[in-house]
Design a binder for this molecule. Structure first.
Ligand code: FDA
Length: 500
């Protein structure tokens, strides 16, 4: 409530925030998590919490009057539809050169993501975060993270026969026949539940075209794992639909945190300020970077280093689709949870790790879709615009060309070997490459540059960064396991040395 004093306040309830909340509460510290999105624990009039991808309603998008699908076209026609403006679960945040997709709600990105849980390659992790002890990460913090996240492996024999993974088998077989290695992907979606969906004995979620607007069943999102465990300590309080707008040193000590309480239209219905001894920024790469850059520019945290707001990247994301021959059906029933990837990371001329993505349209479309993660070296920064009071991102669409070039090394070869072609009707105009959006924003407050080696913000004792903004723009695989494990490492140190 307005005027409260709390020992620890966490901004954001995604991976970084959920890890922080669990470890602080288990250490005996009363912790408040402030989350701008909704709690997503109450069913709508249709009996469901979330809508599916085939029938998006106002629950789908954060404050938009029209959907903004990642794959926005079909046969060249705009496939988006009007929706009511509402504090929906998926934000397609638009900057000048890129749309950045992010989850909004208690659980952050875990509510909307594909659940893919992969560790980065050990040598690549050492390359991107050279100050971090790699042995401790792989022996202690990655195992701790995957256990707490509830990562499970697919039954590989079942995978070979399940209708819902026909699309993945077709892409895998063609990749292998074209000279590429493939690998199974761990996931936080309960594969036993998915088996029952395929068998028709439970309500479908992953097999019911549910993923980017939330899953009503099956997914171990953070509200069911880390945040539930934190709540079980009795020391957690979560304040949803509150957006933090300012953090500054408080005259009585600690920090004054100002927030807008939002209604479901996004309107501010109250402004509150609380004082916190410690503030943990876990608003995600974009949210944390925007907030800190604004605080520095407005003179509220003037001594933040110049590296705050720098080193942002899109994890080399680029999407592409291939058109299959009529005899290579990909299936009308497709699991929304990817289970297989093409691993061409060892190619020095253009490392690529491509998830075989579903196209859960509920009809046979002969489409093979991929989300490629590449080693795009380009980076961008956040900049405050004093005339509008907003923070922009300098990324330009052309900076994603290295991602396209690397992905072409894989998919040109597959197309040539399989006598197939790219789909050019899915991304607007006659674009083949979905190169102007990302699911994987990373960086902006890079560990060891904008912060010390454990996420402490220099010059401001008691301020910490705990989310994907610590990772310098790339992790070579889907990022949430890396974000979780790094947060586990950093919070352990902070609790041992700074707290109590
Ligand atoms: P995250 O974004 O999770 O959490 C930040 C939270 O802070 C959000 O809930 C936000 O609302 C809140 N917030 C922001 N600003 C605030 C403010 N000012 N005040 C209060 N709250 C604020 N990764 C992966 O590993 N495997 C996968 O399969 C996928 N798939 C995927 C699909 C889609 C559609 C998306 C959008 C993303 C993925 N990802 C993914 C990416 C993954 O979800 C992402 O990397 C993590 O959620 C990032 O974790 P963070 O803790 O950094 O922030």
């Amino acid at each position: 409530d307005d005027g409260d004093h709390v020992p620890a306040l966490v901004i954001g309830s995604g991976y970084g925030g959920a890890v922080t909340a669990l470890r602080l509460t288990r250490a005996g510290i009363a912790t408040v998590v402030v989350e701008m999105g909704m709690a997503w624990n109450t069913a709508g009039p249709d009996g469901r919490i979330f809508c599916d991808m085939l029938n998006p309603d106002r629950r789908s998008y954060w404050l938009r009057t029209r959907t903004d699908q990642p794959v926005g076209y079909f046969l060249g026609i705009d496939a988006n539809k009007p929706i009511g403006r509402y504090t929906g679960v998926l934000d397609a945040e638009r900057f000048a050169g890129i749309r950045v997709y992010q989850g909004r709600g208690v659980g952050g990105g875990s509510l909307v993501n594909g659940g893919i849980a992969v560790l980065p390659r050990r040598d690549y992790f050492a390359e991107i975060l050279p100050s971090v002890d790699v042995t401790a990460m792989y022996d202690t913090y990655f195992p701790r993270a995957t256990a707490a996240l509830g990562v499970n492996a697919i039954d590989t024999a079942w995978f070979e026969t399940a209708d819902c993974y026909r699309y993945a088998r077709v892409s895998r077989d063609q990749a292998r026949a074209s000279g590429f290695a493939t690998t199974f992907l761990g996931n936080v979606y309960d594969f036993d539940y998915m088996k029952q969906e395929q068998a028709g004995t439970v309500t479908r979620s992953a097999l019911g075209s549910e993923v980017i607007y939330g899953n009503n069943h099956g997914k171990r999102s953070l509200d069911k794992t880390y945040l539930a465990a934190a709540a079980a300590t009795g020391r957690l309080s979560i304040t949803a639909q509150h957006m933090v707008t300012a953090v500054a040193p408080a005259s009585l000590g600690g920090y004054a945190v100002t927030m807008n309480q939002l209604d479901t239209t996004g309107a501010t219905i109250a402004v509150k300020t609380v004082r916190a001894d410690r503030v943990f920024f876990a608003a995600g790469s974009v949210g944390t970077s925007k907030l800190l850059v604004a605080m520095r520019a407005q003179g509220r945290l003037p001594d933040l280093p110049g590296a705050v707001g720098q080193g942002w990247g899109n994890n080399g994301n680029v999407m592409v689709a291939r058109a299959q021959h009529l005899w290579n059906t990909t299936g009308a029933l497709q699991s929304g949870m990817p289970a297989m990837g093409i691993d061409n990371w060892a190619d020095p001329a253009g490392p690529v790790f491509a998830e075989i993505a579903p196209f859960p349209a509920g009809a046979e479309l002969w489409i093979s879709l991929y989300l490629a993660i590449t080693k795009n070296p380009n980076r961008a920064g956040f900049a405050y615009d004093s005339s509008t009071g907003t923070v922009g991102l300098t990324w330009q669409t052309a900076q994603n060309q290295p991602a396209v070039t690397a992905a072409k090394r894989v998919f040109d070869k597959i197309n040539k070997a399989q006598l197939t072609v790219y789909r050019s009707d899915l991304f607007g105009g006659d674009k083949v490459w979905g190169d102007d959006f990302t699911y994987h924003p990373l960086g902006g407050c890079v560990l060891g540059q904008a912060t010390d080696d454990y996420g402490r913000l220099p010059g401001y004792p008691g301020l910490y960064v705990m989310d994907g903004s610590l990772i310098p723009g790339s992790t070579g695989v889907n990022p949430f396991v890396t974000i979780t494990a790094l947060a586990e490492r950093n919070i352990e140190k902070v609790i041992a040395t700074d707290v109590g």
